[in-house]
Design a protein around this ligand. Structure first.
Ligand code: SF4
Length: 434
């Protein structure tokens, strides 16, 4: 133990945005809605380490990056660089931080100034930070990113380069100040697949050669094995699983991670991996409660332990209730399928049930569903939601999943929570690799 603090610590970071209020909200003095883009995220980056943050578009990973470089204020929590919180930074601290934390952006086509030559692009940060010996440093870094010989590229403009060459220039610009940390935001997503692997391998070599640490941000789990030691999976503003890269690819635990892993292509055509069935899209990250944010799409959501119901039938109920709560049940469309000359709430309830439910529910479960659908047919949406909540409420929506931590592995899912270990539910293995 050296007692040295980690290079970068993100502690319970929150970044919320207020949604614009409309005139009615203002007149009624309603509190503005909160978009919870990043919510209670904690990460640690050590020296010479490369970690990844993986998640779908809109999960909050780019907001996390922009907060890290000071472009967004922090709502709550802390970012600590070499033991000092950035909230305590003075001007020289910010200058040092901006030099030592560099970003490689997603889009090499737009992140380079089209009017500047490659030499001017690479010299610019050196000038800003008053660094001498600029010509040699520019040539050296071009050689490092394998744009050889440098003379061939110095006087070119971005339009004269291929996509892969442009991204190598972006990486060179990230490295030229010899930073401690590179934040790489989807650095290869706009390149073709053959170029992606070459650029990622080069990045990995460079971060090792330069002794740089990296936070690699991507939606694509298939690229992380090239570059990251540890993967953090993010869903709707929260980290839901953290594990060493090899472990997460071989044995994902969280149902969302399983889905991401099942989508990673396997080059061996004889290897048949089962795909999971994840439905829908993430909800808006607005005024979210403390329950699991993946529950409306989770193939392993946990039913209440005092009712008997199959997993599939339970998921249909949960999905339908979420639609009801978001006012997204297609009432008019369903009503167009029935004979409207004798409007009858039971007939309407039956039509909705046939349209939205494929699994038969009997006994008390079926009776409660019918009551809810009849309430909905009578335009009592709140009553319908309440009835479904009373009968079918899951621990996944009432209780935040505990994040377990064993040997660098954390997962936010009740299936791994000792407090619910006695629940008689199937474990969430829905994808297998053989
Ligand atoms: S806590 Fe529940 S809803 Fe969330 S991932 Fe686990 S089983 Fe699915």
């Amino acid at each position: 133990m050296t007692g040295k603090p980690p290079l970068l610590e993100i502690r319970n970071l929150r970044k919320y945005f207020e949604q614009n209020s409309n005139i009615v909200d203002m007149l009624l003095r309603r509190e503005p809605n909160q978009v919870q883009a990043v919510d209670d995220v904690s990460l640690t980056l050590e020296e010479n380490e490369s970690i990844a943050v993986i998640g779908e578009s809109g999960c909050g990973k780019t907001t996390l990056l922009l907060t890290l470089i000071g472009l967004h204020d922090i709502t709550d929590g802390e970012i600590v660089y070499k033991g000092k919180s950035i909230s305590e930074f003075d001007k020289p601290d910010w200058k040092r931080y901006r030099r030592n934390v560099q970003v490689v952006f997603q889009d090499p086509f737009n992140s380079l100034d089209p009017k500047m030559t490659i030499e001017e692009t690479l010299q610019e940060p050196l000038k800003i930070h008053g660094i001498k010996n600029r010509e040699k440093r520019v040539r050296d870094v071009l050689e490092h990113v394998e744009l050889n010989p440098p003379e061939k590229y110095l006087h070119k403009k971005p339009r004269n380069l291929s996509g892969g060459e442009k991204q190598r220039v972006s990486i060179a610009r990230g490295l030229i100040l010899e930073p401690d940390i590179i934040l790489a935001d989807e650095p290869v997503s706009m390149l073709d697949v053959s170029t992606q692997a070459a650029v990622l391998k080069k990045m990995k070599e460079l971060i090792e050669d330069f002794g740089v640490s990296m936070i690699y941000i991507s939606h694509d789990l298939s690229t992380v094995s090239y570059i990251s030691d540890t993967v953090n999976v993010m869903y709707l503003g929260r980290i839901v699983e953290t594990a060493p890269t090899e472990q997460i690819l071989a044995d994902p635990k969280h149902p969302y991670t399983e889905e991401l892993v099942s989508a990673v292509p396997i080059p061996d055509p004889s290897h048949d991996r089962q795909r999971t069935q994840m439905s829908g899209a993430p909800r808006d990250p607005v005024n979210l409660d403390e329950g699991c944010r993946f529950r409306d799409r989770c193939p392993a959501v946990i039913p209440p332990d005092d009712i008997e119901i199959s997993q599939e039938a339970y998921r249909e109920i949960i999905e339908f209730r979420e639609l009801l709560q978001r006012d997204e049940v297609a009432f008019e469309r369903v009503m167009n399928t029935i004979d409207k000359s004798y409007p009858d709430d039971r007939k309407m309830a039956k039509a909705i049930r046939e349209d939205y439910f494929t699994h038969d529910l009997t006994g008390e479960n079926g009776a409660v569903l019918n009551e809810a659908l009849i309430a909905f047919a009578n335009e009592k949406q709140d009553v319908a939601v309440k009835r479904l909540q009373e009968r079918f409420k899951s621990i996944c929506e009432t209780t935040p999943p505990t994040v377990e931590d064993e040997n660098g592995w954390c997962v936010a899912c009740h299936h791994y929570d000792q407090n619910v270990a006695d629940l008689q539910v199937e474990q969430p293995k829905t994808a297998q690799s053989d």
